[in-house]
Design a protein around this ligand. Structure first.
Ligand SMILES: [Zn+2]
Length: 89
């Protein structure tokens, strides 16, 4: 039974290696097509060079990105309010 154990581990390693290969291939393919936008897709503000380098394939300026992130945070706020109500009961 101990032999079966090490064999499973070897198979797992092979799977992880093939996933890594696939990921690096996808990233290599994405890089040329996923170029960072020079201007925001939403408001057409110029995107700072630093941001374009830091986030390859970025399409939004900081303001529009934060607006999107804020939408997710608002949902969390509703959940928080809900839990506060349940605490009052
Ligand atoms: Zn924008």
């Amino acid at each position: 039974m101990a032999g079966g154990w090490s064999r499973d581990g070897a198979v797992q390693e092979q799977i992880e290696d093939s996933i890594k290969d696939e990921l690096s291939r996808m990233q290599a393919r994405r890089r040329p097509s996923g170029e960072s936008a020079t201007h925001c897709a939403e408001c057409e503000e110029p995107i700072p060079e630093k941001r374009r380098v830091a986030i390859p394939g970025v399409k939004l300026c900081i303001d529009c990105q934060q607006e999107r992130d804020g939408a997710y945070q608002a949902r969390g706020g509703i959940n928080r309010r809900g839990s506060k109500d349940s605490q009052l009961k």
